[in-house]
Design a protein around this ligand. Structure first.
Ligand code: MF3
Ligand code: CO
Length: 291
C-alpha cells in the first residue's frame, strides 16, 4: 500500500477524484487499524464504482441462471441437464461459466448431492431422485467481471433431518450477513456462522472457505467460518467476497475424490449443505450482489 500519493493527485481507485476527497481518510483509518495489529485489505481488494457496476451486471446473469435452474430442477433429471441449463442461460445472456475449464474443471456448474460437500461434477449418470438435497453452485464471467453464488434445492419429499440441515445452512448466511459492515472483521461473521451451526448440532467445514471475487474468480481474502470475533481481515467499503459455509450434519472431516480430483465428500457419509452469497461491503453495511 502506498501512502506517498499527494492530496491533490488522482485517487488510486481510479475514480478520477482527487485523493483528498476520495480515499485519503480511508487509507489513514486503515493504517491506524493495521498499527493496532489487525489484518487489513490492500488496495487491490477495494472495488471502485465502475468495477462494482460491472460485477453487478455479471451477477444478473448468475442470478438468472440460478433462477432458471430453480424453475426446472426436478426428480428424474440428470446433473448433466442442470449443467446444460446453466451453460445455455449464461451464454444466451452474453456471459461465460467461470468454472468451465477453470484449472481443468470440466463443467459449467458444481452440483453437489447429499454427502457431497462441494465441487460435484455434473454427470449424465447422476439422476436426481426423490429425497435428494443438492447444491447448485454457479459462477459467471461477463465483460471480465466475476460473480459467484449457490443455492440448495430439495428434490421431492425430503426427510425432516435433511430439510432442517438445508434450513439451518441458509440461516447461517443470514446470521453471517448481519455481521457484514465496514470496520468490522471477517471473524465476526465467521464466529456468528459457526455458533449458529454448532447450536443446531452441526459442524462447519474447515478446509474450504469463501473468497474475494469480482475482478478475478478467486481473490484475497480467504473467508473462514471457524474464526473468532475481532480476528481475521478488516472489512472495508468496496470489498466483495463470498460467504459460503459448508454445514455438515455429522462430523467435520472431509476428503477429496481420488479419481476426479475435485468432488469433496463428508468422511462419515452424512449429508452436507451449503448456500453461497456474494456480498459487497458498503459505507453503511452490505449489499447482496449475487444469491
Ligand atoms: N463456485 C465455486 C467457488 O465457490 C467454484 C469452485 S472452482 C470449481 O469458488 F472448479 F470447482 F468449480
Ligand atoms: Co465461491
Amino acid at each position: 500500500m502506498s501512502h506517498k500519493i499527494g492530496r491533490n493527485e488522482p485517487c488510486w481507485c481510479r475514480s478520477g477524484k482527487k485523493y483528498k476527497t476520495c480515499h485519503q481518510a480511508f487509507d489513514e483509518k486503515i493504517e491506524r487499524i493495521r498499527e493496532a495489529g489487525h489484518i487489513v485489505p490492500d488496495h487491490s481488494m477495494i472495488k471502485n464504482a465502475d468495477q462494482i457496476a460491472g460485477i453487478k451486471k455479471s451477477a444478473q446473469v448468475n442470478i438468472a441462471a440460478l433462477d432458471y435452474v430453480a424453475e426446472h430442477i426436478r426428480a428424474g433429471m440428470t446433473t448433466q441437464e442442470i449443467d446444460e441449463m446453466v451453460y445455455e442461460k449464461t451464454t444466451s445472456m452474453g456471459g461465460f461459466p467461470a468454472t468451465l475449464n477453470y484449472q481443468g474443471f470440466p463443467k459449467s456448474a458444481c452440483t453437489s448431492l447429499n454427502h457431497e460437500v462441494c465441487h460435484g461434477i455434473p454427470s449424465e449418470y447422476v439422476v436426481l431422485k426423490d429425497g435428494d438435497i443438492i447444491n447448485v453452485d454457479i459462477s459467471t464471467k461477463l465483460n471480465g467481471y466475476f460473480s459467484d453464488s449457490s443455492r440448495m434445492f430439495c428434490i421431492g419429499e425430503v426427510s425432516p433431518e435433511k430439510k432442517r440441515l438445508v434450513k439451518v445452512a441458509r440461516e447461517c448466511i443470514d446470521v453471517g450477513l448481519k455481521e457484514v459492515k465496514p470496520w468490522g472483521f471477517l471473524g465476526d461473521m465467521g464466529q456468528a456462522i459457526h455458533d449458529h451451526a454448532f447450536a443446531n448440532g452441526y459442524t462447519v467445514v474447515r478446509e474450504i472457505g469463501g473468497h474475494g471475487v469480482g475482478v478475478d474468480f478467486h481473490e484475497e481474502p480467504w473467508v473462514s467460518y471457524n474464526s473468532k470475533r475481532g480476528t481475521e481481515m478488516l472489512m472495508a467499503p468496496g470489498m466483495i467476497f463470498t460467504i459460503e459455509p459448508m454445514i455438515n450434519m455429522g462430523r467435520v472431516e472431509i476428503y477429496i475424490d481420488d479419481a476426479n480430483g475435485w468432488t469433496v465428500y463428508t468422511e462419515d457419509g452424512k449429508p452436507s449443505a451449503q448456500w453461497e452469497v456474494q456480498v459487497l461491503v458498503t459505507d453503511t453495511g452490505y449489499e447482496i450482489i449475487s444469491y
